[in-house]
Design a protein around this ligand. Structure first.
Ligand code: SF4
Ligand code: F3S
Ligand code: FES
Length: 234
């Protein structure tokens, strides 16, 4: 089949403003959008810039807007799009460095701000810190995050202000706050009890729709809101 792929292009060192380039390609229905981008780069224009690494939905590096939705280019097949016209753009809310590559630093700064690591000041046990199956299950969903930023950069509250912690940072906070081995839940909840924390989430659900790991992000944020309001982690 033949597809048309229209790609956002911007090289701030040469271009006054962004523009789009359109390419016509032969494609199989089972080709991934990432395959098409590789084909454009390999055969049409070697200057096309985008991030990718694993090509299997695990590293989170190739988040982009595909026909208006935040997706991983390596997880979207041509046949999934139900059209032969494909538009690829950078994720929104972060500065474009070149073409489809954005500056991820504000995203990772928000991630770091919620202490995304286990805190336990008790002496280390001889083997490991044990946990019941039920306690592990409590935060299982939020362990699946691959930090792709599809969620945060689809959230209108983040578009309005990159100071907003955003859904990915709150997923990371949830993963540790509800871990029975961790001792810094109160500190993390206090960080998120802020105008740029949970109160910026207006339950828009774009984040949940965009997550390639199908994490129930809006539900997790709701649990953080409840923990802040009640002071309880049940
Ligand atoms: Fe990506 Fe989902 Fe993690 Fe957000 S929660 S960064 S969409 S994997
Ligand atoms: Fe944004 Fe998701 Fe809340 S899209 S407003 S973080 S439910
Ligand atoms: Fe790693 Fe797509 S290239 S998730």
């Amino acid at each position: 089949m033949q597809v048309t792929i229209k790609i956002f292009r911007y090289n701030p060192e040469q271009d006054k403003k962004p523009h789009y380039e359109t390419y016509k390609l032969e494609a199989d229905p089972t080709d991934r959008v990432l395959d098409l981008l590789e084909r454009v780069k390999g055969y049409f224009d070697g200057t096309l810039s985008f991030r990718r690494s694993c090509a299997h939905g695990m590293c989170g590096s190739d988040a982009m807007r595909i026909n208006g939705h935040n997706r991983l280019a390596c997880k979207v097949l041509v046949q999934d799009l139900k059209t032969t016209k494909i538009i690829v753009e950078p994720i929104l809310g972060l500065r474009v460095i070149k073409d489809l590559i954005v500056d991820m630093e504000p995203f990772f700064a928000n991630y770091r701000s919620v202490m995304p690591y286990l805190v336990n000041n008790e002496p280390e046990p001889k083997k490991e810190r044990l946990q019941s199956v039920e306690d592990r299950e409590r935060f299982d969903d939020t362990t699946k995050c691959i930090l792709c930023a599809c969620c945060t950069t689809s959230c209108p509250s983040f578009w309005a202000s990159e100071q907003y912690a955003g859904p990915a940072a709150m997923v990371a906070a949830h993963r540790f706050i509800f871990d029975s081995r961790d001792q810094a839940a109160a500190e993390r909840l206090s960080i998120l009890n802020d105008q740029f924390g949970v109160y910026r989430c207006h339950t828009i659900f774009n984040c949940t729709e965009a997550c390639p790991r199908e994490i129930q992000i809006t539900k997790a944020i709701g649990e953080l809101k409840r923990a802040i309001a009640t002071g309880r982690l049940d």
